[in-house]
Design a binder for this molecule. Structure first.
Ligand code: HEM
Length: 499
């Protein structure tokens, strides 16, 4: 006997009537568009609004709304009203309005929930001081970081030489993860000199991946108690960064050292809270870089014509700087030399175009009128969210010809970096946005690109590399809107020392 048969027709009728009444109440009470506001798309599902349609395929969904309502519209998504700005010529009006369109509180909400540290916004000057640390990701400290990353990566690659005299099989995502996680960690946090043969990937790699898989839920305010072992895993990861552990690590980068000294100045921060802040930074430093490395490698290997040009560019550079391409020979590249690898950089950018989906989001600090291009104005209510969703730009056929096609040299023109892309005949300030924009732009972006370049330089210098499976790797949708999308599966490949 089924459940419905147990319910009497009278009870059933009553339940249906109550549900209908509730639905009608929600519809009646929902937000109505006021004069001056953008077209409003409420959706018909109470509370969720259009969240399911958005989640299914955000780019398709937003493009369909753009066609119907124009470049600016407000969508009800799971209790939030988000005004999307979809024309890249308008993006600058969002970024320059940081007085009314704020980011700090939003970032703090996500970070405190995901990484379990107390808010920093009520500590005197803490936010400004945290931002001061980012100077150590630029200029001379960036050179030091890149050199150190090169040394660490080289050390890890060299360990593979003895096995790779003949074809060695591997899984590409796992390969990228283990090399980039280990080398990035050593570069940023240093190493306990007494721990011989210690591998940070072996120690916490699995836990990191499990936490990472919960990240999108935590960012969406799902209580960690509902996420299986996530709570205990996060606790263990945080405890890695307790002062008693970090004090044993030698060779920490300037950026991490600055943050350590800074947190020590705030007596109200417990050791555990300091550790949670370090863990948050560690996640930021590898959480996107590793999948971005995977995609850059994957697309290159899937396109032999691209691989040949990029490899040739690297070989030429090494030759012209008198560096022999043989195992045991340390390769060193200056910032300028790394910068001049324009085909490599273009290939990395092209993979960013496909796989980056970080929504740039702001919250209106008060009711105000956002002035846009051509005398267009949009009234916003305090607490409303304003969003730029870069995949729409990245797949816009007016900006990028044949946008679904991987063109490794899309960002090269006359042998130099190409930065001129147009919409409606006008040059765009924002044409590729993996790293956010304005006040929330990623401070680690230069280091991230250098890291990916160094990884690919060493890989292609030392090894012949081939994918050995036919299947296409797709994008895991769970991170949509939050950063670089993860691959939905791993893929087998093989590598062998080059002659
Ligand atoms: C491909 C790699 C990377 C991508 C795509 C990326 C992307 C981003 C984005 C989109 C944001 C802004 C978040 C938002 O608007 O909500 C951000 C913030 C941040 N990123 Fe990155 N990132 C990468 C690598 C790195 C690296 C290597 C580091 C550090 C070494 C880093 C450190 C940070 C930090 C600390 C923030 C927060 C900045 C703040 O306090 O406002 N990121 N990243």
């Amino acid at each position: 006997m089924g459940l419905l048969e147990l319910i009497s027709p009278r009870t059933y009728g009553l339940a249906l009537a109550t549900a209908l009444a509730l639905w009608a109440l929600c519809v009646f009470c929902r937000r109505k568009r006021r004069p001056g506001e953008a077209p409003l798309i409420n959706g018909w599902i109470p509370f969720l609004g259009e969240a399911l349609n958005f989640r299914n395929d955000p780019t398709k969904f937003l493009l369909s709304l753009q066609q119907k309502y124009g470049d600016v519209f407000t969508v009800h998504l799971a209790g939030k009203y988000i005004t999307f700005i979809t024309n890249p010529l308008q993006f600058v009006y969002v970024t320059k309005n940081s007085k009314y369109l704020q980011f700090k509180e939003l970032a703090d909400q996500i970070s405190t929930k995901a990484f379990d540290h107390p808010t920093t916004l009520n500590l005197p000057d803490m936010d400004e001081n945290v931002h001061k640390a980012y100077q150590y990701l630029l200029g001379r400290p960036l050179d030091v970081l890149s050199d150190s990353m090169m040394g660490n990566l080289q050390g890890l690659f060299e360990k593979m030489f003895s096995q790779a005299t003949d074809w060695e099989m591997g899984n590409m995502n796992k390969f990228c993860f283990s090399l980039m996680f280990e080398a990035s960690f050593l570069t940023l946090y240093g190493k306990d000199p007494s721990a011989v043969d210690y591998s940070i990937v072996e120690a916490i790699g699995d836990k990191f991946n499990k936490f990472d898989a919960s990240f999108s839920y935590l960012a969406a305010s799902v209580p960690i108690e509902l996420l299986g072992a996530a709570k205990s895993i996060r606790k263990e990861l945080i405890s890695m960064f307790l002062p008693e552990n970090m004090s044993r690590w030698l060779g920490a980068s300037e950026v991490v050292q600055f943050r350590k000294d800074l947190f020590d100045m705030y007596e109200v921060l417990s050791d555990r809270n300091k550790a949670a802040h370090h863990f948050a930074f560690m996640w930021a430093s590898v959480g996107n870089t590793i999948p971005a490395t995977f995609w850059a490698m994957y697309y290159l290997l899937r396109h032999p014509e691209a691989l040949a040009v990029v490899r040739d560019e690297i070989d030429h550079l090494l030759q012209s700087t008198g560096q022999e391409r043989k195992p045991g020979n340390c390769i060193h590249l200056t910032r300028e030399q790394l910068d001049n690898l324009v085909y490599l950089e273009s290939a990395i950018n092209e993979s960013f175009r496909f796989c980056s989906s970080s929504t740039n989001i702001r919250i209106a600090s008060e009711d105000f009128i956002l002035k846009l291009e051509g005398n267009q104005e949009v009234s916003l209510r305090k607490g409303d969210l304003v969003a730029i969703y870069p995949p729409i730009l990245h797949m816009d056929p007016e900006v990028y010809e044949d946008p679904k096609k991987y063109k490794f040299d899309r960002y090269v023109e006359d042998g130099k970096k190409k930065t001129t892309f147009y919409k409606q005949g006008r040059k765009l300030k924002y044409f590729l946005m993996p790293f956010g924009s304005g006040i929330s732009k990623c401070p680690g972006r230069f280091f991230a690109v250098n890291e990916i370049k160094l990884f690919l330089v060493l890989l292609l210098t030392y090894f012949d590399v081939e994918i050995t499976e036919e299947k296409q790797v797709g994008q895991d949708k769970s991170r949509i809107g939050l950063g670089i999308l993860l691959p939905d599966t791993d893929i087998a490949f093989r590598y062998k020392l080059r002659n």
